[in-house]
Design a protein around this ligand. Structure first.
Ligand code: 5GP
Length: 191
């Protein structure tokens, strides 16, 4: 998606060889027209998969997932990071390492929000090692629902998460694929 790549080049800040900050339009400040365009692009790609629910993880995936869900006309559910004691029986829960925070968190989804006949589209802002995706996929499996596709705004293609999703045989759309952040430079992968 050329619009997103341009914004990354203009406004992205390379924090290290591993981490890109896009705080002006995606992760802190949010540009609604850019996010809406992302939602349209994902909806166009996945429209024929009979998606019944869009799934993401708080907090940065929510805006893009919302934009996609509204285009597809389906509900959105976002996994929460467990903060307080929760009634175990009511939630699916998975332990997930957080790429940016360097800690492990438990992500939870209420059992009433995922049903066996659901067809789930996973949406997220970034994919790095794929830990967040792996945790969500385990929850989808346990719920009996079917994961039908994955839409990622920014895939860091030098990390293994995107390949992990494709190896599952899932349709995956990444709007910008970054080949390298070395030397403070964003280099995109050839599409
Ligand atoms: P993963 O679980 O795939 O290793 O990491 C995915 C999550 O970590 C994303 O949901 C995103 O919030 C965060 N993340 C991973 N890499 C980056 C990055 O380079 N920049 C930002 N801002 N977030 C990232």
């Amino acid at each position: 998606m050329e619009l997103l790549k341009r914004r990354i080049l203009e406004e992205g800040r390379v924090l290290s060889d591993q981490v890109l900050s896009v705080n002006t339009f995606l992760n802190h400040g949010v540009d609604p027209s850019l996010i809406a365009a992302m939602g349209r692009t994902f909806a166009e790609r996945f429209r024929d998969l009979n998606v019944t629910r869009v799934l993401t993880i708080e907090s940065s995936g929510i805006a893009i997932a919302y934009a996609t869900a509204i285009e597809l006309g389906v509900p959105l559910v976002f996994a929460r990071r467990r903060k307080a004691l929760m009634n175990e029986g009511e939630y699916f829960s998975e332990r997930v390492p957080s790429f940016t925070k360097g800690i492990v968190t438990d992500i939870v989804i209420s059992r009433e929000l995922l049903k066996p006949d659901d067809r789930i589209l996973f949406i997220d802002d970034f994919i790095a090692n794929g830990d967040a995706a792996r945790g969500l996929i385990r929850i989808v499996e346990r719920s009996g629902a079917t994961l039908v596709g994955a839409g990622i705004a920014i895939e860091k293609a030098f990390q293994p998460g995107g390949s992990y999703l494709r190896e599952l045989g899932l349709p995956v759309l990444s709007l910008a694929r970054i080949a390298s952040l070395a030397d403070g430079q964003v280099r995109f992968a050839e599409d």
